[in-house]
Structures are given as structure tokens and as C-alpha cells.
Design a protein around this ligand. Structure first.
Ligand code: KG4
Ligand code: ZN
Length: 329
């Protein structure tokens, strides 16, 4: 089997995936969300220290299976360099101890494979990747053969939820709490402008919307009550989603996909999922593909599933040649 490690941001996770049939034999994740919540976002040095504590604890639980491990897959890009290093150091040590090769895995490719846990991968497909670090429209033709059709010019979709949440004093991470508050809110109360609505350019932008939300919150001032907060969340979520849908519709008209999927931490948002399902149906594509809710956010199971493909293709790298890369390749 493949032993996989994920530590690109604030989740420490290890998985074991069987090579023959991609069955998940073991998966555990320790999230640091609560540790970072008091700072309103991820503190890289704290995250690195917490990975150094959590990863060995999880690894201990894999002891009964270690003799069956054929390769170690580890996220090496993109992410926070100080946290990626924690995973890579453990991966290298394991490779030496078990005498197995190393498979460096791109975290974004990992998110794509969250669609194919315990099942065969199906390509080609269009993928909307919405996470805390990224907002990308991808055409995935085959394993590793990916064209990025659109990306964000500033903040990412998930990050904009985190920032709005921070402005409203709702804590970190913002996605789940903003979605929850939005359910009780009136999405028409605030008339936020959909970003880049008139430009044909395939790109995303969330910083302007974030500033519109900031002004609305400032205007409400101290008299802002719970209902006002819910209305801000609902209006923001509707506009942020309308922006994605508008650009996707432009993309679908120019370039219909065989199949369409949404992945990444923010793909857990049910408001977004529902609207994407309708759009995909309108353009007569097969039903929207999604990952199981628990595997939308960062996890080592998706890294292991991607690792199985990488293993079959022999994408091994020498221990002296492997580096972490914080940026998107
Ligand atoms: O993929 P992920 O776990 O980490 C990165 O690779 O960035 O995504 C985390 C991001 C955070 O910004 C979080 O606020 C967002 O996903 N997120 C959501 C929801 N759940 C998580 N955004 C919107 N709605 C949600 N329900
Ligand atoms: Zn991620």
C-alpha cells in the first residue's frame, strides 16, 4: 500500500491506500483549526510546531501496516513552506527506514483525486477547485495533464469567507459559520455587485466584494444585530457564488466539458453545490461530481489516492532531489 502524508496548511493527516483497488485502509486527520482560531487565521510557525507533534502521533497508529508499505506519498507543493517541510521530513525518514521510494504530490492534484477515493478515476473532466488558497477552473485531460482556464486575481473563494467571517467577528475558519448564518439571512438585503460581471475575461476576483462587505458592516456600526449579520452573510454568499456561476457559464458556452466536478474545502458549501448542480444540468452535462463532504477539506486520503496513480507511473524522486515548493507550479 501507499502511505500518504498531508501537512500543507493546518491539517495533519496520514492515510494508507491499497495499491490494487485503492481501498482506504487507514485515515486520520488532526485539524489545528481551534489553535489558529484565536489569531483569526493560520499562523505558519504555530502550524509547523503542531504538525511536528501531531504527525508522529498519527503515524504510531499505522505501525501494524508499515511492512506492507510500497512507497510514501507526501504533499510537497503548494502550501506553507514551513509546514510542507514537516511532512517531507517525516516522509524521507520513513523512506529510509522502510527502504521504499518517495512520491512527491501536488496538493491541488490531490484535491482532484478526492473525487475518486476507493474508485477508478474518470478523465477528462472540468474541475472547479475552491479552497482557502485557490480558486481555479481546470480542464483535467488525464492524470497530470491539466490546463488552468481561470484563476483568481487576488483572494480565493474560501479566503473571502474567512475574511468576511473575521470582519463579522465570527471566527476562523469562516466558510462553515458564514454558510450557517446565511441560511437565516436575506440574500437580497445588501445589493453587492457581482465582480467582473461585464468583462468576458475568464478570471475570478474577491477583494472588491470583500471591501463592499466591509463598507456594509461599517455602515451598520455598533447597532448591528444577529439578523443584520445573517443578512450580510447571505448577501455575500449569494454574490460570491453568482460570480463563480457567471464565469463558469461563460466557460461552458465556450468550452463544454464532458463532465464537471467541484473540489476543495469550500466545495462543502451546500448553497454553492446546489447552484452548480443546476448549472451543470442546464448545460446538459452528467450530474455534478463532488467528493464526500468529509474529504472536501485537506486530508491525506486524497494524497494517497493520487499517490496510487503516481506509483503506477513511476513518478518517484530521489531523497536528495526533492524540495518543497510553496507556490502553484
Ligand atoms: O481545501 P482546504 O481545506 O484548504 C486549502 O487547501 O486551502 O480549504 C479550506 C477553505 C477555508 O478557506 C474555509 O473557510 C473554506 O475552505 N470552507 C468553506 C466551507 N467550508 C470550508 N467555504 C465556504 N463554505 C463552506 N461551507
Ligand atoms: Zn487544500
Amino acid at each position: 500500500m501507499i502511505l500518504s502524508i498531508e501537512s500543507s496548511c493546518d491539517d495533519s493527516s496520514i492515510a494508507l491506500t491499497r495499491l490494487e483497488d485503492c481501498q482506504l485502509v487507514f485515515h486520520k486527520k488532526i485539524s489545528q483549526e481551534l489553535d489558529h482560531a484565536k489569531y483569526g487565521g493560520v499562523v505558519p510557525e504555530l502550524a509547523a510546531r503542531l504538525h511536528a507533534e501531531a504527525l508522529p502521533k498519527i503515524l504510531e497508529e499505522t505501525t501494524p501496516y508499515l511492512q506492507e508499505v510500497k512507497a510514501v506519498a507526501v504533499t510537497t507543493e503548494p502550501g506553507l513552506s514551513v509546514t510542507l517541510v514537516e511532512g517531507l521530513v517525516m516522509a524521507k525518514a520513513l523512506c529510509i527506514a522502510l527502504d521504499v521510494p518517495l512520491l512527491p504530490i501536488n496538493h491541488l492534484h490531490g484535491h482532484i483525486y478526492s473525487l475518486f477515493l476507493e474508485q477508478p478515476a474518470v478523465f477528462p473532466l472540468g474541475v472547479l477547485l475552491v479552497s482557502g488558497g485557490h480558486t481555479q477552473l481546470l480542464h483535467v485531460k488525464a492524470h497530470g495533464n491539466i490546463t488552468c482556464l481561470a484563476t483568481t486575481m487576488d483572494d480565493s473563494f474560501g479566503e473571502s469567507f474567512d475574511k468576511v467571517s473575521k470582519m463579522l467577528g465570527l471566527g476562523y475558519p469562516g466558510g462553515p459559520v458564514v454558510e450557517k448564518m446565511a441560511k437565516q439571512g436575506d440574500a437580497k438585503r445588501f445589493n453587492f455587485t457581482v465582480p467582473l460581471l461585464r468583462t468576458p475575461k475568464l478570471a475570478f476576483s474577491y477583494s472588491g466584494l470583500k471591501n463592499q462587505v466591509r463598507l456594509a458592516i461599517e455602515e451598520l456600526g455598533e447597532k448591528r444585530d444577529e439578523q443584520d449579520t445573517c443578512d450580510v452573510c447571505a448577501s455575500f454568499q449569494a454574490t460570491a457564488t453568482a460570480h463563480l456561476l457567471n464565469k463558469l457559464e461563460r466557460a461552458f458556452k465556450a468550452h463544454p466539458f464532458e463532465c464537471f466536478a467541484v473540489v476543495g474545502g469550500a466545495s462543502a458549501n451546500l448553497y454553492l453545490r446546489t447552484h452548480l448542480e443546476k448549472l451543470v444540468e442546464k448545460y446538459r452535462m452528467p450530474p455534478l461530481m463532488v467528493a464526500p463532504l468529509v474529504y472536501c477539506s485537506d486530508n491525506a486520503a486524497m494524497i494517497g489516492r493520487c499517490g496510487v496513480e503516481a506509483y503506477k507511473r513511476g513518478e518517484f524522486v530521489g531523497l536528495d532531489d526533492v524540495r518543497v515548493n510553496p507556490k502553484v507550479a
